[in-house]
Design a protein around this ligand. Structure first.
Ligand code: AMP
Length: 217
């Protein structure tokens, strides 16, 4: 199963992708996570990406396309993958189509998480992430049991640099301008499934499971 998650930042793509990984045993490919890892390690890629990320802008297409191409040709992606945060521009989507075609594969479904903008801002500004295991919390909707500490591994929780309100607004603008057109791009191929992302995590997950069971049968 080759899947794409679409939806604005903070729609819940990462949270739901982790559930897909667990149930369907396919890897989550999050370009955002890959960049954050590179930034933390201080690699050349990380240094280049950080400039854009801090401003809420997109990293140049050729950089992102290169890292995704390398990642999806790895062995653990043979049975499928879930792309989270990629593609984000029409150019990235076209490049993805080309690389999959070369591999004799295609995208089976695009899960589009629909969430209104005011809700998004609230979610992101209160979002906290575990430094060690990447688990995601929200101080209002799903707070950790102990302030600042991950329930799962005891790691320290932090706020992503790009989760500050001003940057979030810029990321939303970029989403509307550059990423939203992908909904039409994939709708023309008849593979978009709209999911109501306003509901709580469990309900959203049930809707996603229904879609995935349908495309698997
Ligand atoms: P995310 O965690 O998906 O919200 O990504 C965080 C940041 O990483 C974005 O705001 C971009 O600066 C960068 N990024 C992640 N994925 C992409 C992509 N597919 N294309 C360009 N930039 C990306």
């Amino acid at each position: 199963m080759n899947l794409i998650f679409l939806g604005p930042p903070g729609a819940g793509k990462g949270t739901q992708a982790k559930r897909i990984v667990e149930k369907y045993k396919i890897p989550q490919i999050s370009t955002g996570d890959m960049f954050r890892e590179a930034v933390a390690k201080g690699t050349e890629l990380g240094k280049r990406a950080k400039e854009y990320m801090d401003r809420g802008e997109l990293v140049p297409d050729e950089v992102v396309i290169g890292i995704v191409k390398e990642r999806i040709s790895q062995k653990d992606c043979e049975r499928g993958f879930i792309l989270d945060g990629f593609p984000r521009t029409i150019r990235q989507a076209e490049a993805l189509d080309d690389m999959l075609e070369e591999m004799g594969r295609k995208i089976d479904a695009v899960l589009n998480l629909v969430v209104p903008e005011e809700e998004i801002i609230k979610r992101i500004v209160y979002r906290r992430v575990c430094k060690s295991c990447g688990a995601v919390y929200n101080l209002i909707y799903s707070p950790p049991k102990v302030d600042g500490t991950c329930d799962k591994c005891g790691g320290e929780l932090y706020q992503r640099d790009d989760d500050k309100e001003e940057t979030v607004r810029e990321r939303m603008r970029v989403y509307r301008e550059q990423t939203e057109p992908l909904i039409e791009y994939y709708s023309k191929k008849g593979i978009v499934f709209n999911i109501d992302g306003k509901k709580d995590i469990e309900e959203v997950w049930k809707e996603i499971e229904k879609v995935l069971e349908r495309i698997r049968s």
